[in-house]
Design a binder for this molecule. Structure first.
Ligand SMILES: CC(C)[C@H](C(=O)O)[C@@H](O)C(=O)O
Ligand code: SF4
Length: 474
């Protein structure tokens, strides 16, 4: 820890640097007060926060640092029709009223800036290295891909940030996940993060900010880095971060909210200092060898229950830990799977491509590459949902939508869609999906629905054969 007036000798991690730069008040035995640079808002976790402000007669302290979008509840087709579900409709209408009353920018359904909250922040250049970013949403960790300290907060904290632009915090511990070597051909960021969670477990990052580092992380595109950071929360971590580099700067340059001219040069100079010092010590460290990885899929009902696609459904008896064994038994029962079945033999009814994990342009390009000249298997429905209206427009500019439609897939409007069952895109009881989203909990995609988490490449190949498949198998 740095003390004012003392020369600092101890190296600091990236997380330390960003955190320390935002502490506006620190007192013994109390949480720190952190300044927040960017506050993202969506319709699900904001209504009570705005009610709280109203009741206390408060205003939003920095509407200019706050931006709202409609994503969870929006249908992904027939946008002109009123939202049929009354709860969804009320949430969306409430956000519109609140945004108007408190002077917050909102990207409503149908607007060309609308999209999933974690897709639009980076897209607009709002998410930048060294920032603190919060949102009433657990996948706020996505923004850590830029070297920002980004984490999800609860609704009462949303109210606190709206009112003060600050947040009380207890400094999390730090954890390094170093991924050495290069990812083999055909192995993607999604496979990597599923492998990491399978290795460290859904509680492996608890209380920690994970910094992903090493050759394989440096080799990822910004989209891939976002996929990795997005799922940090599925390992229980408070946040995930990746040190900014030339790829980060290149991605940001020229975006609507990125600094410009002399401001840009100054910003880049600062951003370059945002890396873990060589002598910094992490509270916890894990090393992964990227060269051993193959496409990963989940077989169970939490994101840590994953295996290489070439393996078989595990036998619960093979788990030494009694809690894991029980969890596996229950998962297999819910998933309707038998131990020993090769994962490649599992047949799916539905394939979902989208979400804040894998609904960006690069993901859609990967899917198009696999689907080009091929057909979605008979009896399989495939939903391809862009993460934002901008992603949709770009995909259409590149003609990807034509490839999707020619293959028999359903090309939709932007939103969270089938990632979670808060809008019309749902699984029916017993229906099985291969999904590029981030959670496979019981009922996540609809009551009784069975979810296998996969990469966009595996999703596309699976749509073609109707069984869990990698493109290399086609
Ligand atoms: C609805 C929202 C609070 C929730 C979250 O916090 O993550 C959702 O986005 C999710 O992915 O489960
Ligand atoms: S796409 Fe899924 S994970 Fe992302 S914010 Fe929406 S519901 Fe949450």
């Amino acid at each position: 820890m740095i003390k004012t007036g003392e020369v600092e000798h101890m190296g600091r991690t990236l997380a330390d640097k960003v955190y320390d730069a935002h502490v506006v008040r620190r007192a013994e035995g109390e949480p720190d007060l952190l300044y927040i640079d960017l506050h993202l808002v969506h319709e699900v976790t904001s209504p009570q926060a705005f009610d709280g402000l109203r009741m206390a007669g408060r205003t939003v302290r920095r509407p200019d640092l706050t931006i709202a979008t409609e994503d969870h509840n929006v249908p992904t087709q027939n946008l002109l029709a009123p939202i049929a579900d009354p709860v969804s409709r009320t949430q969306v209408e409430t956000l519109r009223k609140n945004a108007a009353e408190f002077g917050i920018r909102l990207h409503p359904m149908g607007d060309d800036g609308q999209g999933i909250v974690h897709v639009i922040g980076p897209q607009l250049g709002l998410t930048q290295p060294g920032m603190t970013v919060v949102c009433g949403d657990s996948h706020t960790s996505t923004h850590g891909a830029f070297g920002a300290l980004a984490f999800g907060i609860g609704t009462s904290e949303v109210e606190h940030v709206l009112a003060t632009q600050t947040l009380p915090q207890i400094k999390p511990k730090t954890m390094a996940v170093t991924v050495d070597g290069a990812l083999p051909e055909g192995v993607t960021a999604k496979d990597l993060i599923l492998a990491i969670i399978a290795r460290i477990g859904t509680g492996g990052g608890q209380g920690h900010i994970i910094e992903y580092r090493g050759e394989a992380i440096r080799g990822l595109s910004m989209e891939g880095r976002m996929t990795v950071c997005n799922m940090s929360i599925e390992a229980g971590a408070r946040a995930g971060m990746i040190a900014p580099d030339e790829k980060t700067f290149e991605y940001l340059k020229g975006r609507p909210h990125a600094p410009q001219g002399a401001e840009w040069d100054k910003a880049v100079e600062y951003w370059k200092s945002l890396r873990t010092d060589d002598d910094a010590v992490f509270d916890k460290e894990v090393v992964i060898d990227a060269s051993t990885l193959t496409p990963y899929v989940t077989w169970g009902t939490n994101p840590g229950q994953g295996l290489p696609l070439g393996e078989s459904v595990p036998d619960p008896a093979s788990f030494a830990d009694p809690i894991e064994r029980q969890a596996a038994e229950r998962a297999l029962e819910y998933m309707g799977l038998t131990p020993g079945t090769p994962l490649r033999d599992i047949e799916v009814d539905t394939v979902f491509v989208g979400s804040c994990t894998n609904g960006r342009i690069e993901d859609l390009r990967t899917v198009a590459e696999v689907l080009r000249g091929r057909r979605v298997a008979d009896g399989v429905r495939m939903l391809i949902v862009p993460g934002s209206m901008k992603v949709k427009a770009q995909a259409q500019e590149e003609g990807l939508d034509e490839i999707f439609k020619a293959a028999g897939a359903d090309w939709r409007e932007a939103g969270c869609s089938m990632c979670l069952a808060m809008n019309p895109d749902k699984l029916t009881p017993g229906e099985r999906s291969a999904s590029t989203s981030n959670r496979n909990f019981e009922g996540r995609q609809g009551p009784g629905g069975r979810t296998h988490l996969v990469s966009p490449a595996v999703a596309a190949a699976t749509a073609v054969t109707g069984r869990l498949t990698a493109p290399a198998d086609l």
